[in-house]
Design a protein around this ligand. Structure first.
Ligand code: BES
Ligand code: ZN
Ligand code: ZN
Length: 494
């Protein structure tokens, strides 16, 4: 898909036009750019109420033998960059469904946002909204429709370079999100821990960052026993993926560490899950994919930061040598863990990753994980759970979440919650008392983060979309990539 930025009047273009419309009976401010016949036709349509401009509403309208693809952007007072991203996605999908492979569109003006940010949101929405996971389907040649070109028209030549910069940024980010989505969508036989590591290595070569992969033998040598304990039930060898990107101007800086749960399939292990929807548990590596995707984007954007990404990757299966409820493991951090429930495996692999992360003396650690079903109950699919050990870092991650449109909501980690994970026989146990499951999981992780400022994001409710919505397609969402890139973009030295 090609993006071209052009200066001039949108309606002077000869391509089909994509027009954003606000909810109500009036034309949006940017309609000042439209020709009279187009203004008249859209006003009439709004009056007829067959199209109201509600967010993500679409309408195909021919005017003077040209096609207008209308998309609602919702109420004027509620217009945000994320709504622009959504509307761009819905409109692009509508265009594609209607057989339009090329169209021209303008930039909408969003309060408190520049043309660069608007262009970025439009680009991300267009790419993410038309994303498809079809690599495992036999599609007859000629039947695959793709968007060829989007022409972004800015009224003033002054805004052209800002819009171009926004487009480039949007492309780098959305392509990294798409790459993360591909990995998450792949079933576990197509994305094993080894194949996930290979993907990371290929991206590292292409975008110029480092990638080192530890296999089971090396993990055993250094004492990553919690990852290995989870891996025991599977024939598929585990991997510990380490990526590192150091931008110009970040030479002597301690890194920011990102950690992601990389369970390529979670059957629950001996504490096996019910069969219903178990196939979805291929997405239990979405945190890991987000970390790799964000490092890829940071490198593609040449951000002036130093970042390390860590992904413990393994399957969680009930094999003959699988770990069993009641087993005790001593992880890399030295603490002993009683494994009450083998389905609480994410916190085990992350415990080792958090311990390993401290070797880099990072300024901060942020982990992402599809960690608990309880988080889906608490926050649904509209926000991830946010917990941490450092108030300033929590605020910073929350702000990055708001800016990126990938929302996060804080939950407390008061010491009282720690009572639930005390064990009779070991330092800790891997499940709580059935209450506040997201928090007790977060508390468990906190025990392994040491003194490093740390934040945990539970993305269980956001990593997979059950249906089409805005820029989300059914399946993997790639959530976390945009949030981490936002965080990195404004990261200040500690
Ligand atoms: N991967 C799951 C969490 C999950 C559930 C993610 C639903 C996405 C959707 C995790 O490993 C798990 O099984 N957690 C258990 C923990 C429990 C045994 C304490 C859970 O949430 O039930
Ligand atoms: Zn599990
Ligand atoms: Zn899991």
């Amino acid at each position: 898909m090609k993006f071209t930025v052009a200066a001039g009047r949108l309606t002077d273009r000869k391509e089909p036009l994509l027009l954003g419309v606000l909810e109500g009976k009036e034309l949006p401010p940017w309609a000042a750019q439209w020709t009279d016949p187009i203004r008249k036709a859209v006003l009439e349509l709004l009056k007829s109420k067959r199209f109201q401009g509600k967010l993500n509403e679409t309408f195909l309208l021919p005017v003077q033998s040209r096609w207008l693809i209308l998309v609602g952007a919702g109420k004027k007072e509620e217009l945000t960059l994320d709504r622009v991203r959504q509307a761009a996605a819905t409109a692009s999908r509508r265009a594609l469904a209607g057989g339009f492979e090329t169209f021209a569109r303008g930039l909408v003006s969003v309060p408190k946002a520049g043309p660069d940010q608007a262009a970025q949101a439009v680009t991300e929405g267009t790419i993410l909204g038309t994303y498809r996971f079809d690599e495992l389907k036999n599609i007859p040649p000629g039947e695959k429709r793709v968007l060829k070109e989007v022409i972004l028209v800015v009224p003033s030549p002054r805004d052209k370079s800002a819009a171009q910069a926004g487009v480039r940024r949007g492309q780098a980010i959305a392509e990294s999100v798409g790459w993360a989505r591909d990995m998450v969508n792949r079933p576990s036989n197509r994305l094993t821990p080894a194949l996930m590591a290979r993907e990371a290595q290929r991206a590292a070569r292409r975008f110029g960052f480092r990638c080192r992969v530890l296999g089971p033998a090396q993990m055993r040598r250094i004492g990553m026993n919690a990852v290995l304990a989870v891996a025991r039930g599977s024939r598929e060898p585990s991997r510990f993926i380490i990526v590192e990107y150091k931008g110009k101007g970040a030479r002597n800086r301690r890194p920011l560490a990102w950690l992601g749960k990389g369970i390529t399939f979670d059957s629950g292990g001996i504490s096996i899950k019910p069969a219903d929807k178990m196939e979805q548990m291929k997405y239990d590596m979405a945190g890991g994919a987000a970390v790799l995707g964000a490092v890829r984007a940071a490198a593609a954007l040449a951000l002036p930061i130093h970042v390390v990404g860590l992904v413990p990757a393994t399957e969680n299966l009930p094999g003959g040598s699988a770990q069993k409820p009641g087993d005790v493991v001593r992880g890399l951090g030295g603490k002993t863990i009683e494994v009450i429930n083998t389905d609480a495996e994410g916190r085990l692999v992350l415990a080792d990753a958090l311990a390993y992360g401290q070797r880099f003396k990072p300024e901060a650690m942020v982990d992402l994980a599809t960690l608990t079903g309880a988080c889906v109950v608490a926050l649904g699919s509209h926000a991830m759970g946010l917990m941490g050990s450092d108030d300033a870092l929590i605020e910073e991650v929350k702000a990055a979440a708001d800016r990126s449109g990938e929302r996060a909501w804080p939950l407390p980690l008061w010491p009282e919650y720690g009572e639930a994970i005390k064990s009779e026989v070991a330092d800790l146990k891997n499940v709580g008392d059935g209450k506040a499951g997201t928090i007790t999981a977060g508390y468990f992780l906190k025990e392994f983060a040491g003194k490093t400022p740390w934040v945990h994001l539970d993305i269980a409710g956001l990593a997979w979309a059950d249906g089409e919505k805005g820029y989300l397609r059914k399946g993997a969402t790639g959530v976390g990539v945009r949030l981490l890139v936002e965080l990195a973009s404004r990261w200040k030295r500690r």
